[in-house]
Design a protein around this ligand. Structure first.
Ligand code: C5P
Length: 227
């Protein structure tokens, strides 16, 4: 029974995280950022010094380092073995390696199982759960009550990503960010295991010309229409 799940999928830089958190807060729902889980596992892989191309070794590290995820949309905590890694998982090293790690089938199996467990837990209390990622509507929660697929032009997505970097005090290079966004999306869309694609029953929402309030407004309208 996954009616209480809102699945938000789409490529990077569509404003997904920002609106997912605001939507969860507005609905008094809990929040799960599945991208943060892939990022945390990637951090563990990098720290272990394991080459990302060694799928077996990567899967072994993943199995031993599942992150603990907070569910509060106003403070989405991410930790591993008690260490707060929320900041470090947004850095360039992790961003550069996360697509390769998340393409490993065994890593996805482990994290999808963990995500389903977290979702089941969240649904035990009222308010539902907003889950954001790449494969929530197609794999993790196929019976979600509402599925939205966010898109935006490549240019708008690169700009948002570099704005985020600047806001977080990281150096931003628009050209590099643009190339990185495109590389990551191509990789995420082209991988063999659960590639990034829109679920047949998802609503597509193009955010290119919308600000955060505009996107949130549409999402709240959709959530209300689905009851
Ligand atoms: O959303 P975010 O940019 O933090 O996700 C980082 C990466 O994690 C994505 O580029 C993708 O490779 C991977 N990911 C995934 N499946 C998800 C969420 C994220 O493969 N459900």
């Amino acid at each position: 029974e996954l009616r209480g799940v809102v699945a938000l999928d789409g490529p990077s830089g569509t404003g997904k995280s920002t609106v997912a958190r605001k939507l969860a807060a507005a609905l008094s729902a809990s929040y799960l950022d599945t991208g943060a889980m892939y990022r945390a596992v990637t951090l563990a892989v990098l720290r272990a010094g394991v080459p990302v191309a060694d799928a077996d070794a990567v899967a072994e590290v993943a199995a031993a380092s599942l992150p603990e995820m907070g569910s509060d949309p106003r403070d989405p905590a991410v930790s591993m073995a008690g260490e707060d890694v929320a900041l470090e998982i947004r850095g360039p090293e992790v961003t550069g390696a996360v697509s390769a790690v998340s393409a490993v089938a065994r890593v996805r199996e482990l994290l999808v199982a963990e995500q389903r467990r977290i979702i089941a837990d969240a649904l035990a209390s009222p308010g539902g759960v907003v889950v954001e990622g790449r494969d929530i509507g197609t794999v993790v929660a196929r019976d979600a009550g509402l599925k939205v697929y966010l898109t935006a032009s490549a240019q708008a997505r690169a700009r948002r990503r570099s704005d985020q970097d600047v806001a977080a005090g990281r150096l931003a290079d628009l050209e590099r960010t643009h190339a990185d966004v495109q590389r990551r999306d191509a990789f995420d869309s082209g991988r063999a295991v659960s590639p990034l694609r829109m679920a047949e029953d998802a609503v597509e929402l193009d955010t290119t010309d919308l600000d955060v309030a505009g996107v949130l407004d549409r999402l709240l309208g959709l959530a209300e229409a689905r009851g």
